[in-house]
Design a protein around this ligand. Structure first.
Ligand SMILES: C[S@@+](CC[C@H](N)C(=O)[O-])C[C@H]1O[C@@H](n2cnc3c(N)ncnc32)[C@H](O)[C@@H]1O
Length: 294
C-alpha cells in the first residue's frame, strides 16, 4: 500500500487532471450560477474552509469571488497541497485529514467541498465539519452528477490504445484498494444525510456547464483550455497506470501511449485553429447542497 499522503495524486487523479478540469468548472464565467446557490455574505470577512481541496482550483475561485474572505484549503495529499501553495497565494493550504480536522471547534463560518463526500464515511465527514463550524455556520457540498460527454471523432482511441486500456482496466484494483467512491449518494440521499447530521434549512440547486470548445461565446484561450484539460487527464491516467501496475507495461509502450494521446489532442487543436468545428462537448452537472448549523 502507498502512503496515504500520496495516494490520490499517484493512483487516482493527477495534479494536472484535477487542477485543469476544476479551473474550467470554476471559471469566472460560471460564477453567476454558483454564487446565488452558495448565498454567502460577500461583505463579511468569512472564514471559509475547503475540505479535500485537491490542487486548489475551487479555493482560488472562492478567493476571487469573495475577496474579503479568509480561505483555508485542506487535503491529505502532499503533492496537491505543494502545488496549491505555489498556484494560489493569499490562501492558506494545510496538509491534513478531513476525518480529524486540525482546527478548534467553531473556527469557521463556512465549510465547502467539491466531489469529496463520496470518499469519506459520512459520520466523520459531516461530523468534523459540524464541529469546526461556528453556530450559524454553513456547510456547502458540491457534487458532480452524471452529465453528457460527446467526444470528437479525432479523439477516438486507436486500436493500440483501446487494447492498452482494456489490459490496464483488467488488473486495476485502485478503487477497492484505496476505498475510492465507497460512499456514493444520490440526489435524494445527499440532503437527507446532511439533515441526519444536524444541518437545517437545507437547500439544493444545480449548476450546468457546457464545456464545448466550439461554443461561439468562448474565447480561443478557454477553448484550448477545454481541449488541453482532456489531454492532461489522459496523460495523467497513463502515469497512474504506470504507478499502480508497476513493471507490467514496458516503458516503450507507455511512451507510445503518451505519444498517441498527444497526437490526437494536437489534431483536435489543429481542427479548432483551422475553424473546423467538431461540436464535442462535456455538459457537466454540479449539485450544490447548502445546510446551516443552527
Ligand atoms: C475527487 S478529489 C477532489 C479534489 C478537489 N476537491 C477538486 O475538486 O479538485 C477528492 C479529494 O479528496 C481528498 N481526500 C480524500 N480523503 C481525504 C481525507 N480523509 N482527508 C483529506 N482529504 C481527503 C483527496 O486527496 C482528493 O484531493
Amino acid at each position: 500500500m502507498a502512503p496515504e499522503h500520496l495516494v490520490w495524486s499517484r493512483f487516482v487523479q493527477g495534479t494536472q487532471t484535477l487542477y485543469r478540469s476544476r479551473r474550467l468548472r470554476f471559471d469566472d464565467r460560471f460564477a453567476g450560477q454558483y454564487r446565488p446557490l452558495m448565498d454567502l455574505d460577500s461583505g463579511r470577512r468569512l472564514r471559509i474552509l475547503e475540505v479535500g481541496c485537491g490542487p486548489g482550483a475551487l479555493a482560488g475561485a472562492l478567493h476571487r469571488w469573495y475577496p474579503q474572505a479568509a480561505i483555508t484549503g485542506l487535503d491529505r495529499d502532499h503533492a496537491f497541497i505543494k502545488f496549491a501553495k505555489k498556484q494560489a497565494p493569499g490562501i492558506t493550504f494545510v496538509e491534513g485529514d478531513a476525518t480529524a480536522l486540525p482546527f478548534p471547534d467553531g473556527s469557521f463560518d463556512v465549510c465547502i467541498s467539491n466531489t469529496v463526500s463520496e470518499h469519506i464515511a459520512p459520520e466523520a465527514f459531516f461530523g468534523e465539519q459540524w464541529r469546526v463550524l461556528a453556530p450559524g455556520g454553513l456547510c456547502l457540498l458540491l457534487s458532480s452528477r452524471k452529465g453528457i460527454v460527446h467526444r470528437a471523432e479525432c479523439l477516438t482511441y486507436s486500436k493500440a490504445e483501446a487494447d492498452f486500456w482494456a489490459r490496464a482496466a483488467h488488473q486495476d484494483d485502485t478503487l477497492e484498494r484505496y476505498a475510492i467512491a465507497k460512499y456514493p449518494m444520490n440526489e435524494q440521499e445527499l440532503p437527507q444525510v446532511m439533515a441526519a447530521h444536524g444541518f437545517t434549512d437545507i437547500k439544493t440547486g444545480f449548476v450546468t456547464l457546457n464545456l464545448c470548445p466550439d461554443h461561439p461565446g468562448y474565447p480561443a484561450a478557454f477553448a484550448r483550455d477545454i481541449i488541453n484539460a482532456g489531454r492532461h487527464s489522459e496523460l495523467d491516467a497513463i502515469t497512474a497506470v504506470e504507478h499502480s501496475q508497476q513493471g507490467r507495461f514496458p516503458q516503450e509502450e507507455l511512451a507510445k501511449m503518451r505519444c498517441l494521446a498527444n497526437q490526437r489532442y494536437d489534431r483536435r487543436i489543429a481542427l479548432y485553429e483551422g475553424g473546423e468545428q467538431q461540436w464535442d462537448t462535456t455538459v457537466a452537472l454540479i449539485m450544490v447542497v447548502r445546510g446551516t448549523k443552527s
